[in-house]
Design a protein around this ligand. Sequence first.
Ligand code: HT7
Ligand code: ZN
Length: 879
Amino acid sequence: AEPVRLKDYKAPDYLIDAVDLDVKLHATATRIVSRLSIRPNPHGRRDAALVLDGDGLNARRITLDGEAIDLDKALLSPDQLTLAAPPQRPFALEIETEIDPSANTRLMGLYRSGSAYCTQCEPEGFRRITYFLDRPDVLSVYTVRIEADRSEAPLLLSNGNLIEAGDLEGGKRHYAVWRDPFPKPSYLFALVGGDLGSVHDEFITKSGRKVALGIHVEHGKEPHAAYAMDALKRSMAWDETAFGREYDLDVFNIVAVSDFNMGAMENKGLNIFNDKYVLASPATATDADYAHIEAVIAHEYFHNWTGNRITCRDWFQLCLKEGLTVFRDHEFSSDMRSRAVHRIADVRALRAAQFPEDAGPLAHNVRPETYHEINNFYTATIYEKGAEVIRMLKVLIGEAAFARGMNLYFDRYDGTAATIEDFISCFAEAANRDLTAFSRWYHQSGTPLVEANGAYDAAARTFTLEFRQFSKPTPGQDHKEPFVIPIALGLVGRDGDLPLKVGAQNGASALEISRAVFELSAPSRKITFLDVPSRPVPSLLRGFSAPVRLDYPASEADLITLIAHDSDSFNRWQAAQTYASRLLLRSVANIRAGGEARHDQGFIDALGVVLNKSSDPAYTAQMITLPSEADIARDMGEDVDPDAIHAARDALRQAIGKSLAAGLLSAYARHAENGPYSPDAEAAGRRALRNAALDLYCAGEPVEGARLAARQFEAADTMTNEIAALGALAQRAGSLREGALDTFYRRHAAEALVIDKWFALQAMIPETDTLERIQKLMRHAAFSLQNPNRVRSLIGAFATGNQTRFNAPDGSGYDFVAGVVLDLDQKNPQVAARLLAAFKSWRSLEAKRRGLAEAALRRIAAEGALSADVKDIVERSLG
Ligand code: HT7
Ligand code: ZN
């Protein structure tokens, strides 16, 4: 099929001002009557046919202004309803459809999760409910009447405010009418019916309006929604102070369901969540889970302005709402927690998920120009790189101009479906600056490489930095224009940061700069610093000021200086990572040449110093955590041998654990729990350091370490400590591990979300019999291919978190995942396609594995009946 192209965008020929839906819920035969108030679009083509989208639908009745249309004459198919010559004036179209929510295994449109009814319409799910102009630039006011058996669905929710409710048939059935006064695209429509437990609260907005808040969860889980409610109220308050955005309806509801394709969905006034991002108690959720809940609750809430009040003109503009909303949720989490630690975590995530995407066959622009299947564009590039681009913009134009630009955007585009150009124009205007070259970040894919070199001239007391940028070709883009790269920097001397004096070109006098951001907007540029008393160590790309790869030939001694003295917390961490990564790359080369892993006592001692003077435990935990196996593979870039990487990393962990055993034990003891459980950043940071110390200690002293981990596992009363201990025990084969896994299962068998952790942990064991274990676990009563969380925790964790076994040298890991993808494709193509994306780095593998991975991909491509989702990923992966 032909791709959809941005350049073909045309305004819709018809608009739908109002939608009245009448929904009678039934497990297998839900009736929907949709009344559409349609009019020709003055900006569209006159006399054009009206083509409504459908997906697997069947209309039972259609009327136009009350007159029945002969169904045989209407050009009707499951995928389309066409009126060849609709009236060229406002008219009403009424369509009745019947759908089977119980048979909906794609979890798109109206489906059932447990006994509840729920919807997921983004991006193109509404057309699975009724025929519609299912595109984001058609904005309508929705009135929704829902009717159901009271016993089956005492709770009936839709978008907006409740305007009427009542009993029918003497109370056996009932109904509710919801009206959302804000015009919205169909992808933001939502409906829920079910028997759920509810938690209620309220929020008073800054202008004094009272908003009723509700979170609806499985009965019995109400106490586990308390943290989500707290995060929601903090998000609402933060958006008022940080962005001046106030909530606009009388109610805000969140519903948690256990069958959900993604994390959550921002439907206007009725967010629907994967229960993983709502439910938390100290005994069932880790500190990381709490932080994710806080971030996802905030993210969906923030969409109310960035996504809902201002939506996207078309799906090519997805980053307009997603990149911006991720930027906003990162800012929120940084304000709620430690900004320094948060930045490191965000960059780790960006490098783990987005850099490989940008370096492989699935690379695409932050604002793509074509797509075959839009579901496959909910990617780390759109979300995470999209957020980084906005962060760079803020660094370039400064905080004040950025705030003016945001306000302009909200004022000018409220109530519209906008584009990236609209967004950028607000900042160009606010900063009075041409942002054309900067916008290349939206139009060119790939991660630029910045090479830097420094030269000190002792006689002239100058230090000159030279930067060059390089961009490799990416699919469909052989040549790239230079990016505008903000490089925040400093010069570090023996006593910390040196003042920066820059000699302006053209003989102008030297300029003292305080906010040191160097703009690299050409292929190469130099900058000379004056009055530099001795050779400094440059600290480049502070705070990771741009999503690039940086290559600077710092010596090991330079890196140790940065670890100890850099005023930029991100770069202190980065220096330790760079040191470790270099060491590991040398070890990998040695191991592949038949030699041994390399050790470097200087590095280990530097970590020892960090560990001992630890004043910020969360930060120290990040400092002593080595780059992951995937990080090292990415640094290698090509000819990747995952077994050699694993061996090298394992050897370094052992060496650190042995050498720093006493320091690790002391950090472990110093950071014991010191009061009742709190999920706050301070307490979580103490646990993070304690568990990072335990992990390294176990690597260095396996026997003593296992004993300590077993004690922690027995005594743990929080999931953070329990799963960390189980993870440490899982490092070594034997009865201790198997016994602990059994105990964990027995303790938590009733909690599906905890059993997901049990699945994931086993899926990531780097041993040869793991695949067999996974195949056995797939037959476990708690596993289901139908449930996306289960698939992600067992199969997804294997494909993305177990480098050595997914990339087993005999190809068994690839064959297994390919087989699951094909099975799953029959049920849920969206989840199947996401799983298949685990092959995204196959071209960087060493030759033998590369051949086996390619063969697995070709086997999938050869299957006759692939979904559009899987077909798109497999074709691009091989392309
Ligand atoms: N805007 C949402 C993206 C989304 C989604 C969510 C659930 C299931 C399927 C979905 N497809 C797209 C989520 C967000 O970014 O906030
Ligand atoms: Zn989002």
